[in-house]
Design a binder for this molecule. Structure first.
Ligand SMILES: C[S@@+](CC[C@H](N)C(=O)[O-])C[C@H]1O[C@@H](n2cnc3c(N)ncnc32)[C@H](O)[C@@H]1O
Length: 255
């Protein structure tokens, strides 16, 4: 089970056929629809059809997995993963920067899977005045209750937009005037980073880092120097250092 499924508690699921049908027909923000594989029922087929029409992700899973996800509730073969918090749009993120009369400072998270990392990154992002976070719809943790808890309230203040394709989004941001910075072990020393203009900062997946295709589309790579024995920093630790370099260049000492 991936971390984002593990992280969704029973409270994050709408369970049972009628409630599930109502949820997918509503405006509620939905992460994923889980349907028990091999279970024949017209209503389950209808739920899958409607969900697909709405471009929701439908996943067929064994009964044991549904039992586990729902804490053995009477799920009747279906559980709808709902967002614990509402997602924003990219335009919403731009609006936050505009309202503060500041050049946009966005974070782009390339498949962060650990809810504690996402919550902790949100906490730092709020503290340092980041205008919003962009995450992908698939293969990444969403706004779940564990993320909310780890963010210590930052989730109420930092807007998160979920997009289908990060590469496309990065291209759109570049067209809108943002300079996009990736992060790995082979870039410019992050202490030279001037983030005072419109910028997007990409943090990579805990295991794989930033995907090769996304790296190809960045304007510049940044590196936090390391002189010890480990290969890399934890994603949220790296994000904190980088975000605060962004803060420092935007709010020089004494200003
Ligand atoms: C645990 S690291 C991933 C390591 C991965 N094996 C790699 O080769 O990139 C997760 C993310 O944290 C950030 N990161 C960690 N250490 C970093 C460093 N020293 N300099 C810049 N970014 C770093 C990068 O965004 C990276 O994608």
């Amino acid at each position: 089970m991936s971390n984002n499924e593990q992280d969704q508690t029973a409270a994050d699921f709408v369970i049972g056929r009628h409630p599930a049908m109502a949820a997918i027909k509503s405006d509620q923000q939905i992460n994923k629809v889980f349907i028990q594989s091999g279970l024949q029922a017209d209503v389950l087929n209808d739920i899958a059809k409607i969900a697909k029409k709405r471009n929701l992700i439908v996943q067929y899973v064994p009964k044991q997995k549904l039992d586990r996800l729902t804490d053995n509730a009477n799920h009747q073969g279906v559980a709808v993963g709902v967002a614990a918090f509402e997602y924003a749009t990219i335009d919403d993120l731009f609006a936050v920067a505009k309202a503060k009369d500041e050049a946009p400072f966005f974070l782009i998270l390339d498949n962060i899977e650990d809810p504690h990392n996402l919550g902790s990154i949100m906490r730092t992002a709020d503290a340092a005045g980041v205008h919003g976070i962009i995450i992908p719809k698939r293969r990444a943790v969403g706004l779940t209750s564990t993320v909310a808890k780890t963010s210590t309230g930052a989730i109420e203040h930092v807007k998160v937009a979920r997009v289908t394709n990060l590469v496309q989004t990065v291209k759109q941001l570049q067209e809108a005037g943002l300079w996009i910075f990736g992060t790995d072990m082979n870039g410019t020393d992050y202490r030279q980073w001037d983030a005072s203009g419109a910028v997007g900062l990409i943090i990579g997946n805990e295991g794989k880092g930033i995907s090769p295709l996304l790296k190809k589309n960045v304007d510049e790579m940044l590196t936090i120097p390391m002189i010890g024995h480990v290969q890399s920093l934890n994603a949220s630790v790296a994000a904190s250092l980088l975000i605060y370099q962004g803060y420092t260049s935007r709010h020089p000492l004494g200003k």
